[in-house]
Design a protein around this ligand. Structure first.
Ligand SMILES: [Zn+2]
Length: 312
């Protein structure tokens, strides 16, 4: 009996001390964070921006959308399989070089060998073997002669880290505030898979947006108004979104603060895939607000095709 209590206590301890990855992480203190993005950013240079669809997949609508939201109920939405895609984004800065947002998908997944990286328990929930892969990360970077200078992760859920192990070890992997250092029970089951996906000795760097963490803050990463990182906690504690000015209006990358086109158009938050619904609501409202205050060109939901905003 005593032993049983001890083992339960030990499991509780493990759960409480479980980060999403046990890899080392270094802090990155942003010099200048902003309470808001300038209404009309005047970048000294423009970055080149591209979205790359790497895989088609499907998952449960109840994970992607809060089906208890009055709008979802009014639309008669019920849980079902929903088609989704996996994307990464490429940002080319004329001075600082090429960066990815999220890491795409590695070759093991195209070859149906996900078992090398993903535990069977995780696979039984995610069904990664059902993914149809179009592009794999290393092959894409080689084919396009991209000398990668960094990867920004919208967050560290497994479907955003599937290509990280194929990336050169010295390349910085930037993640949002507390994305690595916060502890959750669920990590007990995913930590091993996340560790393997990030690969050996990743150069993990956790962005810090300063002391006022109750506010949504922006970081002018290159310091020239060409690329803004937004801290949008909720889906995960360190979720990030991106605001990238272009001559015809900005690209707004939502990450999984909003997975779907319908969710964005109706302002409905994700369902069971989100960890803090209240904070996710606040972050989504903030991003929706940018549609009114800023000139946007396209909005990119985490797992569905971009939405054209111009002329709306
Ligand atoms: Zn996702």
């Amino acid at each position: 009996m005593f032993q049983r209590i001890l083992s339960i206590l030990f499991l509780c301890f493990l759960a409480l001390t479980c980060q999403i990855t046990s890899h080392n992480v270094k802090p990155f203190l942003a010099e200048k964070t902003l309470e808001q993005i300038p209404l009309s950013p005047q970048p000294k240079v423009w970055v080149d921006f591209q979205v790359v669809k790497v895989a088609d997949w499907e998952t449960t609508l109840a994970g992607l959308l809060d089906l208890d939201d009055p709008k979802a109920k009014a639309a008669g939405l019920k849980d079902r399989k929903e088609p989704i895609s996996i994307y990464f984004y490429l940002v080319k800065h004329p001075k600082y070089g090429s960066f990815m947002i999220d890491s795409g998908v590695g070759e093991s997944f195209a070859k149906g060998q996900s078992g090398e990286l993903i535990s069977s328990l995780v696979e039984s929930q995610m069904h990664l073997s059902h993914m149809k892969v179009f592009e794999t990360t290393k092959a894409y970077l080689t084919k396009n002669k991209i000398d990668l200078k960094g990867v920004f992760f919208t967050h560290l859920h497994l479907d955003h880290t599937l290509g990280a192990y194929e990336i050169e070890r010295s390349v910085p992997f930037y993640v949002g505030p507390r994305e690595v250092t916060s502890k959750h029970f669920i990590n007990l089951f995913v930590q091993g898979s996340t560790n393997r996906l990030l690969g050996e000795n990743p150069n993990l760097i956790q962005l810090d947006f300063g002391t006022n963490q109750s506010q949504i803050t922006a970081l002018d990463f290159f310091g020239d108004e060409s690329f803004y990182i937004l801290s949008v906690p909720g889906h995960t504690v360190g979720s990030l979104a991106f605001f990238i000015p272009s001559k015809e209006g900005a690209h707004l990358i939502l990450g999984d603060t909003c997975h779907t086109r319908w969710g964005w158009n109706e302002g409905v938050t994700p369902g069971s895939f989100t960890s803090d619904h209240k904070l996710n609501r606040k972050s989504l409202d903030f991003l929706k607000g940018l549609e009114k205050t800023h000139k946007l060109k396209y909005v990119y939901p985490g797992h569905q095709e971009r939405i054209s905003v111009l002329g709306k």
